[in-house]
Write a protein that binds this ligand. Structure first.
Ligand SMILES: Nc1ncnc2c1ncn2[C@@H]1O[C@H](COP(=O)(O)OP(=O)(O)OP(=O)(O)O)[C@@H](O)[C@H]1O
Length: 618
């Protein structure tokens, strides 16, 4: 096929511009990216070869080869992996921008890219990192059953494709190094960079150098393996340094920080596997950018990489956990679909889940400060487990921290401490969910409990209102939202007789109110709206409306404080003359203020303003 010139996709062009113009420091990451692509390509062909040996073409001496040519100023990275067909080259290296590219571009603009070159890896733009060090890149590649093809570009606007005469499957990437990047021709630099980033890679990384035989003066190529190739998760814990764990974590997570916790163990017994898991301290960028609800641990079977998309390896609510699971009990030569169904995976999941939860519980006990950082970043995700993992509900609940009426803003407590501090006569765990602490800490819903000296948990994470009710109870104590349903001892049946007429009037007058009653739950406030036990809190309804979702009309109970001057006044006015227009104005105002205090929005703010002005002018 004739030579063909094609345009990069717009986003890729922008990306390349950024890479070539902004990235001068930490450029060594290009080698990590290219070597990791080569390793992925080998994993892919090896995996496909399990069921279709033909594809291997008798060529499975897996190897990633680096070769520096001082004269030509080129560094070549080659592999005998899966290779690419012409169509795949066009797609992968030019026209399809990975979903993360846009996000990367947005982030790169605001971030100081020069000091954060890790962004390159975090957004899956790996191959293009080549242009940090090269002004011209050539890719020659051949896939099984396809013709070899050559891709070439100087990273500005377009790339060319032409035929190539490569005969063996695999990919060879030649970087023509920029004048200021020739250090990557240096043997020592190459070796130390590979050691740093790719030492644990399962496949050998070899360096080809030309050495002159001192006696014969004949030049010959020498091949030297430069990575130790020891899968870190297979090595004994005692031999692994924190740096090694840290580098490996960064490699698989694309995080730039060290993990909060490292979990490394061998499971033995009913099922045998090795796991190396990391709990991050902060949310890595990729997690902030996409909302994938699944976990992605890397699954190996007898050291062969199988994939990172096995949903039943770890539940979605632990998706912040990064790591590797390697099992020798799972069958190797079956399709991914069949493997996905294997009941062993469920056993592994149970084991991993309980290990992660135990580690978090231990972190909470031994390093509360570190745990708080973890909680700040990941508790919203963790809470999803209250809904989906009934078996571990209480263990998850034990890991949750909440603000409370007994603590200063920002200070947290947990269910266990709450229950510990409950007085003997208190039967329920009380909580109030809202948008933020400031908007709920003076809420009328809390008045009675404050007066009685009872602690109320203040739940200000938007997910709380959805998931906390699912917990139902903790250590036998029922959970009770103080703005929903009845509360003990708030009935004022006797007094209600006196207010009977007015209560009936108010109920008929007000929209969205299914019942009006008197309450003793209020001390300073005049009125409050109370939802059904199972209803959503008004602030959640508000949030859903803002997201364009349908919210069914709410029917609440309006509770009035018979001790309050305004309530007394309106009742007296009603008794004197039920047609007095002030009765209507004041009743609506009582309702308006209860709506505002509940965190909901007024249906008719202009009407409220008019009513308020009427009263003020009186
Ligand atoms: N050595 C290679 N052999 C075969 N295919 C390759 C090779 N290098 C890159 N590719 C293909 O090109 C695609 C794009 O590579 P690139 O490094 O830009 O992103 P990625 O590897 O998918 O993402 P990430 O870098 O985050 O892992 C790869 O997904 C792969 O399909």
């Amino acid at each position: 096929m004739a030579e063909e010139t094609m345009q990069f996709k717009t986003e890729l062009e922008q990306l390349l511009h950024l890479i070539t113009h902004s990235l001068y420091s930490h450029r060594e990451v290009f080698l990590r990216e290219l070597i990791s692509n080569a390793a992925d390509a080998i994993d892919k062909v090896r995996f496909e070869g399990l069921n279709n040996e033909e594809i291997l073409e008798g060529h499975s001496d897996w190897k990633i080869t680096l070769k520096a040519d001082e004269e030509a100023k080129t560094l070549t990275i080659s592999d005998n992996g899966i290779g690419m067909s012409r169509e795949q080259v066009i797609e992968n290296l030019g026209t399809i921008a990975h979903s993360g590219t846009k996000a990367f571009l947005a982030k790169a603009k605001e971030a100081d890219l020069e000091n954060n070159p890790e962004l390159i890896g975090q957004f899956g733009v790996g191959f293009y990192a080549s242009f940090m060090v090269a002004d011209d890149v050539t890719v020659v590649t051949k896939a099984h059953g396809a013709d070899a093809v050559k891709w070439e570009s100087n990273g500005t606007g377009e790339f060319t494709l032409s035929d190539a005469d490569k005969t063996e499957r695999g990919t060879e990437i030649t970087l023509h190094l920029k004048e200021d990047a020739t250090e990557y021709l240096n043997e020592w630099t190459i070796k130390s960079t590979v050691k740093k980033f790719s030492d644990f890679l399962e496949h050998p990384v070899v360096l080809l150098t030309t050495k002159k035989d001192e006696e014969t003066e004949v030049e010959e190529e020498v091949e030297e393996q430069i990575n130790s190739q020891k899968a870190i998760w297979l090595r004994p814990k005692s031999e692994i340094t924190d740096e090694e764990y840290g580098e490996f974590y960064k490699h698989i997570s694309h995080d730039t920080n060290s993990p909060a916790e490292t979990i490394h163990y061998n499971a033995e017994g009913a099922i045998e596997f090795k796991a190396l898991l990391f709990i991050p301290e902060h949310k890595p960028f990729d997690m902030m950018m996409n909302n994938d609800p699944k976990s992605h641990l890397n699954l190996y079977v007898q050291r062969v990489f199988i994939g990172n998309d096995f949903e039943n390896l770890l539940p979605g609510y632990l998706r912040f956990v990064k790591g590797v699971v390697d099992s020798s009990d799972l069958p190797l030569n079956v399709s991914r679909e069949i493997l996905q169904e294997n009941p062993m995976l469920d056993k592994i999941r149970k084991n991993l889940t309980s290990r992660v939860l135990k580690t978090l519980a231990n972190l909470k006990k031994t390093d509360y400060k570190e745990f708080e950082i973890f909680h700040e970043n990941f508790s919203t995700i963790l809470k999803e487990g209250l809904q989906s993992d009934w078996e571990n509900k209480e263990k998850i609940a034990d890991l949750l921290l909440f603000e409370s009426t007994n603590k200063e803003a920002g200070e947290k407590t947990c269910f266990a401490d709450y229950v510990e501090n409950m007085s003997d006569d208190q039967e329920e765990i009380l909580y109030l969910a809202g948008e933020n602490r400031a908007s709920i800490e003076n809420s009328p819903y809390l008045e009675k409990f404050k007066a009685d000296g009872k602690e109320v948990l203040l739940m200000i994470d938007p997910i709380d209102d959805f998931v906390i009710p699912q917990l139902m109870e903790y250590k036998g104590k029922k959970l009770k939202a103080v703005n929903k349903g009845d509360i003990d001892g708030d009935d004022l049946k006797e007094e209600e007789k006196e207010f009977e007429g007015y209560i009936g009037y108010a109920k008929d007058l007000l929209n969205g109110v299914k019942e009006v009653k008197l309450t003793s739950r209020l001390k300073d406030s005049a009125a409050v709206l109370v939802g059904d036990e199972m209803s959503m809190s008004p602030h959640i309804e508000e949030m859903m409306r803002r997201m364009g979702q349908d919210v069914p009309p709410r029917e609440s109970v309006l509770e009035l404080n018979p001790e309050h001057t305004v309530v007394k006044k309106v009742q007296a006015l009603y008794n004197a003359n039920e047609k007095d227009p002030k009765v209507e104005t004041l009743t609506k105002l009582l309702h308006d203020q209860a709506v505002i205090a509940s965190g909901a929005k007024l249906d008719d703010p202009a009407g409220f303003a008019a009513r308020l002005n009427e009263v003020l002018a009186d």
